[in-house]
Design a protein around this ligand. Structure first.
Ligand code: ACM
Length: 541
């Protein structure tokens, strides 16, 4: 009954069970009103029970639910007691109470995840027990790439719900790339007018000869973004926006050709990119580009309250800068050694700019090359090395090594995975992923804020493919990020799989198109076309 995912710190079973009925009340104490609103809404939808407001702290009665804060707990910690007095959820802060409410939903069984009751007269039972729980890491992230394939707003909100159900709390929103610009910027309207649509799209891996010959695009208005950020906040999820510079910028250059290296190529001939890989068309390191992006970031800061703002910084080929008289002049003027230092200068500009506005820069681990301002943090994606170097240099780190937690990579060997790219990383591999490398001293390890799974979408063209790649592995990832698991080799994967049997029923009720445990049906292959497995490394990009 208590097949919880992620596993809590401790569960002490009692005897008996509590039943929610039409008489059950829900009382949310001071500071937990938002959690109470969320819990009442989802449980009313699923159960059809009214869960009327309890008027006094103890008015929830013996069959009701009470939420309150307990200052003795950490902000994200909670205690859930189910006994003859009802269910009492105490959180150190509202977030803790919210994670406790998520646990209650799991305890009620899979149908508690539905949007309408299946029958009117069923019993909603919670076993008597006491759970004490709290997260291992403060940063339990998921990145969604909405640039390569656009996820309409409803799909983003749905992923925020799925994250919350797994106690994940940082949504890294990859909003811009060569293949699309997805956020409205009022002062630069062409970013979305031109930059949010492409004429056609490569089908499958970039080596595939196939194209989907129809336009693909979409973007979020600023009101959409406000709604997404508020919806996330209600679920105690922070949205970290990413505006990727100075590489991965062809969509922006297609919209505003002066942003590119105009003395090297005719940037007016560029369109939003229609295929995958590392793109040579990068931003020009000019004052005009800096001012343009300061304008972009000004609007981004108004929309996203998160402390961290992601500036990308990955995969910026230097060929155009080598050939550009303007870029070379800038290198001379600034007394820099080479184009790599020019990239550091570019990132450093926004590091200073964000810091002056009370925010912190975070970027992919390439931003380490050439030095970083104090306070800047690193998403370690090319393995652990960048994260180790960053932690040793005193920078905070989010561990998201592509070899372990790039969920666009296939999750089984064999020819029948619908997204056949990258390294094979099974559910068990993800369960045995360890975010803190043993090389770090305890002091250095304190810089590991946490970990993040990344969903790049070059070959995930719709919601069903994203679900398939994300699940069930995101459930294993969530347990790695939340629960205090033993060392990788000692983790009880068989026990996790047993709990997954219950969790698949929850995912069913949530409508998640996960990879079936036995894998997909074999299909007749078309050799050499999109189904050809591409062994990593290199991955798709
Ligand atoms: C990345 O995968 N290029 C961060």
């Amino acid at each position: 009954m208590t097949e919880l995912i992620p596993a809590p710190r401790s569960v002490v079973a009692g005897e008996g069970e509590l039943r929610l009925t039409a008489h059950s009340r829900l009382h949310a104490g001071t500071g937990t009103e938002g959690v109470g609103h969320w819990l009442r809404t989802v449980l009313r939808d699923a159960t059809g029970l009214p869960l009327r407001e309890g008027r006094e702290p103890d008015d929830a009665g013996g069959d009701g639910v009470r939420l309150r804060l307990d200052a003795g707990l950490g902000a994200e910690e909670y205690r859930l007691v189910s006994d003859r007095d009802g269910v009492l959820i105490e959180g150190g802060g509202p977030a803790g109470a919210f994670w406790g409410a998520q646990t209650l939903r799991q305890l009620l069984g899979p149908d508690a995840y539905r949007r309408a009751p299946l029958v009117s007269d069923r019993v909603w039972a919670v076993p008597h027990l006491t759970i004490e729980d709290g997260p291992r890491f403060p940063w339990r992230g998921l990145m969604l790439d909405v640039a390569r394939h656009f996820t309409p707003k409803e799909g983003v909100l749905r992923y925020l719900d799925l994250m919350a159900a797994h106690k994940l709390n940082v949504f890294h929103f990859h909003l811009t790339d060569d293949q699309g610009w997805r956020i409205e910027i009022e002062r630069h309207p062409r970013l979305t007018e031109i930059g949010s649509w492409r004429a056609r799209t490569k089908t499958g891996h970039r080596a595939s000869p196939l194209w989907e010959e129809k336009p693909h695009g979409g973007y979020y208005t600023q009101d959409d973004i406000r709604e997404i950020v508020a919806y996330a906040a209600e679920r105690h999820i922070t949205v970290v926006p990413e505006i990727d510079v100075p590489g991965h910028s062809q969509a922006a250059i297609a919209a505003y050709p002066e942003l590119g290296n105009t003395d090297v190529i005719d940037t007016t001939a560029l369109s939003v990119w229609d295929t995958w890989g590392i793109n040579p068309n990068v931003l020009a390191p000019t004052d005009n580009t800096l001012r343009f992006y300061e304008g972009v970031f000004e609007e981004v800061l108004e929309l996203f309250p998160s402390e961290f703002v992601h500036v990308g910084g990955d995969e910026c080929p230097k060929d155009q800068w080598r050939r550009s008289a303007t870029a070379q002049e800038r290198i001379r003027e600034l007394g820099l050694a080479d184009e790599d230092e020019l990239q550091s200068w570019f990132i450093g500009h926004f590091d200073t700019w964000l810091t002056a506005r009370g925010r912190r820069l975070i970027g992919w681990d390439e931003i380490l090359e050439g030095g970083l301002a104090e306070g800047a943090a690193v998403s370690s994606w090319r393995g652990y090395a960048g994260g180790i170097a960053a932690a040793r240099a005193g920078h905070d780190v989010v561990m998201c090594p592509e070899q372990q937690v790039y969920l666009d990579h296939r999750q089984a060997p064999g020819p029948d995975e619908p997204v056949p790219i990258g390294w094979v990383r099974t559910l068990e591999d993800v369960y045995r992923f360890e975010p803190v490398p043993p090389e770090l001293t305890p002091e250095e390890a304190r810089h590991v804020l946490g970990t993040q799974a990344n969903l790049w979408t070059e070959v995930m063209e719709d919601q069903a493919r994203v679900d398939y790649q994300a699940f069930p592995r995101l459930a294993a990832f969530a347990e790695v990020a939340w629960s205090a698991l033993p060392a990788p080799a000692e983790r009880d994967f068989a026990g996790f799989e047993r709990r997954m049997a219950a969790h698949y029923r929850r995912l069913d009720a949530l409508g998640v198109a996960y990879r079936p445990p036995a894998g997909p049906l074999p299909w007749q292959r078309r050799p050499g076309v999109l189904g050809r497995p591409i062994d990593g490394p290199p991955p798709n990009r």
